[in-house]
Design a binder for this molecule. Sequence first.
Ligand SMILES: Nc1nc2c(ncn2[C@@H]2O[C@H](COP(=O)(O)OP(=O)(O)O)[C@@H](O)[C@H]2O)c(=O)[nH]1
Ligand SMILES: [Mg+2]
Length: 205
Amino acid sequence: MDFKGFDHPDRTADGGLPDGARSVKVMIAGGFGTGKTTMVRSVSDIKPLTTEETLTQASADVDNLIGVADKQETTVSLDFGKIGINDQLVLYLFGTPGQERFWFLWNGLFKGALGAVVLVDTRRLASSFRAIEEMERQDVPFVIALNVFPDSKEHPVEEIRDALDISPNIPIVACDARDRASSRDVLIALIRHLKDRSSVALEPR
Ligand SMILES: Nc1nc2c(ncn2[C@@H]2O[C@H](COP(=O)(O)OP(=O)(O)O)[C@@H](O)[C@H]2O)c(=O)[nH]1
Ligand SMILES: [Mg+2]
């Protein structure tokens, strides 16, 4: 799959939202079963796509290098959706494939991404560690969305921030990924976060 159509050359140096941005690529990341597919489906204006692609297609050479067993059968899926926030701004949503250690095989997966939502299931915090690490490594600004399940316990946000080891400026919001309005609120929190980052850069020095 080619993601290059979503390149965003205007991305500001500090990863903020550029002035006049119209279409923005946003990653929906997080551990297995945290609600990525659910969120893309609930919030998308178009019928969301879920694609399957074999890792060998993504990169046969690298597969050889790392010696993936049963590589013909190794498939990963990617969710894609789109939401108009207002008449100025359209978000293209890319749910990240599972197995974060293979993200590097997805040529251009993060290219041009202006931001990310990292979904977290508080019952299994550790399942999203790798996604957070990768966002930091790829330098993609993100917000944390705590997807609330029926038996999730309520934790003080600062406790979760400590456990995830993320800096105080990264927003943490609770959501229900099945609910369109709730998922949309998460995306709006991300846009605000990106705008905040841009305005810092615009401050006179
Ligand atoms: N109760 C509840 N279940 C959810 C929620 N979000 C996702 N699920 C369920 O959790 C499972 C995993 O969600 P999915 O979106 O496939 O996770 P993914 O692996 O991150 O794409 C599915 O069975 C969903 O129906 C939520 O907000 N509340
Ligand atoms: Mg999924």
